[in-house]
Design a protein. Structure first.
Length: 320
């Protein structure tokens, strides 16, 4: 078992991470170097990214497995710099941001990263074009779904509408260091951050899209809230962040989904540096429902029980 002297109280979960999660991820890697959403399923960019992010946190994972995964990811990139959701598709999508985030810091990936981030910066949603904003002024939708369409994030597919999760992934990807980030990234980040704050639910937290529908406050969800908070973590003292972290903290004791619990743990430890002792235990959830049939859930679990040195770091507080 990997030694973890500074966190000896987590020894059972550290053992679970090393003896269950890591072998599961390694054994699920396909011959082409990628991962599918489940063992023995077709390799795709999204689960490959999560598996790579987990393996790169491990001091015991074979470097050859990581290298093969990175090679698969680079080979899956389309000519315009984007990544498709499936190997058969010829159009890129939101997963481009996740691939760019994953490739940061990997050898010989600068060209792929630059092309991917350029595509991300050029992917504008169509729900916030000047013409669409003009039409919205005469629509009853502006009263039943009051959002500010001058703020512009990212959609799941190109040229559609802004959504919370793809916007969060794009913001994280555009934090890439060095000269790989396009000059227009700063403006895109500002618009995307403003869009996330505009879409926050009235009591804190985020759901997939709108904070209110027909005057009724939206109900926040764990996973969109986590990604939004990670993307906006540089503004930790803003009241919106504090309110959303309080909402997330209040939900932890009742979380039954291993994926949601793992992401909540990552978010709380990253943003506030603590995790409630009353929280459910990930290893116990595995004993209860054997959740390790999902590559991404296994990867999130491994990351939740790791130091996450390669994950987005906390930096100096930004000015709102």
């Amino acid at each position: 078992m990997e030694a973890d002297p500074e966190n000896s109280f987590l020894a059972p979960e550290t053992s679970f991470r090393q003896s269950v999660c890591l072998p599961f991820l390694l054994n699920a890697q396909n011959a082409d170097g990628g991962w599918g959403f489940h063992p023995k399923s077709e390799s795709r960019a999204e689960p490959t990214c999560w598996a790579l992010q987990a393996l790169r946190e491990s001091s015991t994972a074979p470097t050859e497995a990581v290298a093969r995964g990175v090679q698969y990811l680079r080979a899956a990139q389309l000519g315009d710099g984007s990544w498709p959701s499936t190997p058969e598709e010829r159009t890129g999508c939101w997963v481009t941001a996740l691939c760019c985030w994953t490739l940061q810091g990997t050898p010989d990936s600068a060209a792929s990263l630059m092309a991917g981030l350029r595509w991300v910066c050029n992917d504008w949603p169509q729900d916030s074009t000047p013409w669409r904003r003009f039409l919205t002024r005469f629509s009853t939708r502006s009263q039943v779904q009051p959002i500010n369409n001058t703020y512009r994030g990212w959609g799941w597919t190109p040229g559609t509408s802004s959504w919370v999760e793809p916007t969060s992934f794009a913001l994280i990807a555009l934090e890439a260091p060095g000269d790989v980030v396009p000059p227009e990234a700063k403006r895109r980040r500002e618009l995307g951050e403003a869009m996330l704050y505009d879409r926050m639910c009235p009591g804190g937290g985020w759901n997939c899209g709108n904070p209110r529908v027909y005057g009724v406050p939206g109900v926040p969800l764990i996973i969109p809230t986590v990604w939004a908070l990670i993307a906006l973590r540089h503004y930790g003292t803003r009241s919106e962040n504090t309110m959303s972290l309080d909402w997330l903290d209040s939900q932890i004791v009742n979380i039954q989904s291993a994926g949601s619990l793992a992401l909540a743990k990552i978010c709380m430890e990253m943003c506030v540096g603590r995790w409630p002792t009353s929280a459910p235990v990930l290893a116990d959830l595995y004993d209860r429902n054997g959740f390790l049939e999902s590559i991404q859930v296994a990867a999130w679990t491994y990351l939740a029980l790791s130091a996450r040195s390669r994950w987005p770091a906390m930096t100096a507080e930004k000015t709102a």
